[in-house]
Design a protein around this ligand. Structure first.
Ligand SMILES: *[C@@H]1O[C@H](CO)[C@@H](O)[C@H](O)[C@H]1NC(C)=O
Ligand SMILES: *[C@@H]1O[C@H](CO)[C@@H](O)[C@H](O)[C@H]1NC(C)=O
Length: 800
């Protein structure tokens, strides 16, 4: 085929060139191939060629051709590569001459070498690498290496192809030098995240027949651009954290991912809460996204938190999420007890269910940790009542008694139901105030005391004592003599009681012979309002003293006349002359009398019965015995010291009365001296009585005046006064005549209660009760007898 074409070219060219022959052969013909029948074409005989020693001359010394003189043809001496010979020039020819000798002739021969498609397009490099950012915009151009095809003409590069063509298109651009620039144009954006590496094949195809092609690999690395924002795995995270967790506790971990690469994928986390104090409470690790506690978490302050977290890559793209943190309560708060109101003192008479204290409880914890139960210590008369939630009132539960317990320490303990339970307590001290609910109680149910008669007035006999279990004023006991009478005389004229000390004093000197015992009652009254009282019976026994001498009843002692017992001279021994009869008003030993002969005319004649007082003769009366016998009999009691009396017994020893009479006329002479003494004593007594009377009169007047003033003071004063009776018996008696006067001021009104208080005002006066009709009277008495004899007489006033 090739050959035919070449021949055709050959035929076309031969006739046109004279003296010159052109051949056209394709390149790459094998060695020895026929180039042309030169003899024919030049019109020469082969002989001529032989004779002419035709040879080929080439200036360049090229030696492609060989001349076969015998056949007259040109043969290829060696294979010709057009590209090597002519490079890219389209026309490629070998010029040489054929020189003949004899004659010298030469002919120019041009052998045109035509191109055959023996070269495929080739690329200088097998591959090209590009790094293209994924952010490259469409239309971006990338210059590709051109392929080279040594062939020319249609055997040269005809077209390029790029595959695959998803993203890029080829664009050929005509250059000024006629070459074409091959460019790759981005048609569709790249996405590194989808396809990071791309390999394209650029194929250059020539136009030869058969076509030949060359390829080049285009490796594209898509460079990352920060086109992807970080994305959290969840939009909302939930976490729980126990309150009081230590600093550093991991709360949650958030994760975000960034599809980008490298620094574009380097993400960091941060908390964006601005207003609240989340940032003081939590921190997020910049790199790992772990959220940790940095503050003290307190359920009571906040039960949940919302943490806003932002993540950003280094390119500044962000995403956000939130963490809802639930705080779990733990029992970390004690119940708080606050006392809303309380009374420190409550009366022992308080009714049941009296509210003493109101308490409010608060526990900041939640649920069971905040459920509070309160209780108080046991065995106290109080209970804790809960009204509404968390309000408690402490009320009395049973009766209070200050005397049993005057103070309570009430411990209120409140504990919650948490595990472990927390509790707190408060102690309230409650004082019980006194109410006058106890009467004074005497130490004994009755008292008995004795006092020896002839006591000094004002002598304290003994002391009664009553105790009152109450307190202070309610326990302040006053002793009051109850109104009664002894033998018709108010008892107050016998005894008085000191209001505050309970000392019982004798008001007067007692005489056993008139009063052996008496009873009265003393009332003890406390200072409460109203006062309570109790009374006790007191039995006073008066003890006898030997204060009375024996009194001789017989024989009767007369002033003038002389009585005598007659004893006949014939009387025998043991004759009962007479009997001395004596009595002693004392009692017991003090009244046990004994009789003795004190003096006698003739001691040998008479004797006295020691106990019966009988005077008997001891011997026979003789004539020598005097008619007139005088015996002094001593009557003695048995007291200590003993008292005695003497009696003179005249005995006439005679047989007849006239005998007696003559002997006894001088008997009365003895009594003269005695009568003188009696007169003196009477005068003395009269003087004393007069003096005392005047003294009493003065006293009455002064007491009257004093009482009138007192009553005016009382009238203006309404103060309730506790009776106070200072003892006035401290001084001793008997320093002289009438050394002291004791005033017993007695009033009685129809209202006995009032009278008590009225009397009390005169603090310096002792109190006696008297007949309502009586007015104040003062009287001096010498002996108790005058009072006892006149039971209706009012009050004795003074005693010496
Ligand atoms: C109450 O407490 C006080 C102070 O602690 C104490 O002095 C007092 O004796 C207590 N009273 C009782 C009745 O326990
Ligand atoms: C004395 O006490 C008794 C009971 O102890 C009582 O019955 C009587 O009325 C009281 N007397 C007076 C005068 O109060």
């Amino acid at each position: 085929m090739t050959r035919q074409v070449l021949l055709f070219i050959c035929f076309l060219s031969v006739p046109s060139i004279f003296g010159q022959v052109s051949y056209s052969i394709p390149e790459e013909m094998p060695k020895g191939s026929l180039v042309g029948n030169i003899a024919h074409d030049l019109g020469l005989q082969t002989k001529r060629l032989l004779s002419g020693k035709a040879r080929i001359y080439s200036r360049d010394g090229d030696d492609y051709m060989e001349l076969n003189r015998e056949r007259g043809v040109l043969l290829l001496k060696e294979r010709i590569d057009r590209e090597a010979l002519c490079r890219q020039s389209t026309l490629c020819a070998i010029h040489f001459q054929i020189i003949l000798e004899n004659p010298m002739q030469f002919y120019s021969i041009a052998v045109q070498i035509t191109d055959i498609n023996d070269n495929a397009p080739t690329f200088d490099r097998g591959e090209m690498k590009f790094k293209i950012s994924e952010s490259a915009t469409t239309g971006a151009k990338f210059v590709l290496e051109r392929a080279v095809d040594f062939d020319v003409g249609i055997n040269g590069i005809n077209k390029y192809e790029l595959k695959p063509s998803d993203h890029f298109a080829l664009k050929l651009q005509n250059n000024a030098d006629g070459n074409k620039n091959v460019e790759m144009v981005l048609q569709k954006p790249l996405d590194r995240e989808r396809e990071e590496q791309m390999s394209l094949v650029l194929t250059a195809v020539d136009g030869g027949e058969p076509r030949m092609s060359g390829t080049m690999l285009i490796l594209i690395t898509v460079l990352d651009a920060n086109d992807n924002a970080p994305v959290f795995t969840q939009h909302t995270y939930k976490a729980t954290v126990t309150e009081n967790s230590p600093v550093g506790t991991l709360v949650a971990a958030v994760t975000a991912s960034d599809a980008d690469q490298g620094s574009n994928a380097k993400i960091s986390y941060s908390i964006t809460n601005a207003l609240d104090d989340i940032r003081k409470m939590f921190e997020v690790d910049k790199e790992t996204g772990e959220v940790k506690l940095i503050g003290n978490i307190d359920y009571e302050q906040s039960r949940n938190y919302q943490i806003n977290i932002l993540t950003s890559d280094e390119g500044g793209l962000t995403d956000s999420c939130k963490i809802i943190v639930e705080v779990q309560d733990i029992n970390d708060n004690k119940p708080e007890i606050s006392i809303m109101s309380k009374s420190n003192i409550i009366s022992e008479a308080a009714e049941l269910n009296t509210v003493v204290t109101m308490i409010n409880i608060e526990d900041k914890d939640f649920g069971e940790n905040g459920n509070v139960i309160c209780f108080i210590n046991e065995n106290i008369p109080f209970v804790l009542k809960t009204s509404t939630n968390n309000f408690y009132s402490l009320v009395t539960d049973s009766e209070l008694d200050r005397e049993r317990s005057s103070e309570y320490n009430i411990t209120v303990t409140c504990s919650d139901e948490g595990v472990p339970s927390l509790s707190s307590s408060v102690t309230l001290t409650l004082h019980i105030s006194d109410v006058n609910d106890n009467a004074p109680v005497f130490e004994r149910s009755s008292y008995e005391a004795s006092i020896v008669e002839n006591n000094t007035p004002g002598l304290s006999i003994f002391t009664v004592k009553a105790r009152d279990a109450d307190w202070n004023q309610n326990a302040r006991v006053s002793y009051i003599l109850e109104d009664s009478s002894v033998n018709g005389v108010p008892v107050s004229s016998y005894v008085s009681v000191s209001a505050d000390s309970g000392v019982i004093h004798a008001v007067r000197s007692f005489d056993y012979e008139h009063l052996k015992e008496f009873h009265f009652r003393i009332r003890a009254q406390d200072g409460g309002s109203p006062p309570l009282s109790s009374n006790v019976s007191i039995h006073i026994l008066i003890q006898d003293q030997n204060d009375n001498g024996p009194q001789v009843l017989y024989p009767v002692q007369t002033g003038g006349s002389v009585l005598a017992e007659m004893v006949p001279r014939s009387a025998d021994v043991g004759y009962l002359v007479t009997k001395v009869v004596a009595v002693d008003v004392d009692s017991g030993q003090n009244a046990w009398l004994s009789y003795k002969v004190h003096k006698a005319t003739d001691r040998a004649l008479f004797e006295v019965g020691l106990h019966n007082g009988e005077i008997r003769t001891v011997r026979q009366v003789t004539d020598k015995d005097a008619v007139k016998q005088r015996l002094t009999v001593l009557v003695e009691d048995n007291g200590q010291p003993s008292r005695s009396a003497t009696v003179i017994v005249n005995v006439a020893v005679a047989d007849s009365f006239p005998e007696v009479l003559s002997e006894f006329t001088d008997f009365s002479m003895h009594d003269k001296e005695y009568n003188d003494k009696l007169t003196f004593y009477l005068v003395l007594a009269l003087a004393v009585v007069s003096f005392l009377f005047i003294t009493c009169l003065l006293l009455i007047i002064s007491v009257k005046v004093y009482r009138w003033r007192q009553s005016r003071i009382l009238y203006h004063s309404n103060l309730p006064v506790i009776p106070y009776y200072p003892p006035r018996y401290s001084d001793t008696l008997g320093t002289g005549t009438l050394p002291h006067v004791y005033n017993y001021e007695v009033c009685r009104t129809t209202d006995s209660r009032k009278s008590d208080f009225t009397l009390d005002r005169a603090a310096s006066h002792n109190v006696l009760v008297m007949d309502p009709s009586s007015t104040l009277t003062m009287q001096k008495i010498n002996s108790e007898k005058s009072i006892l004899d006149e039971p209706d007489s009012p009050i004795e006033v003074s005693l010496t």
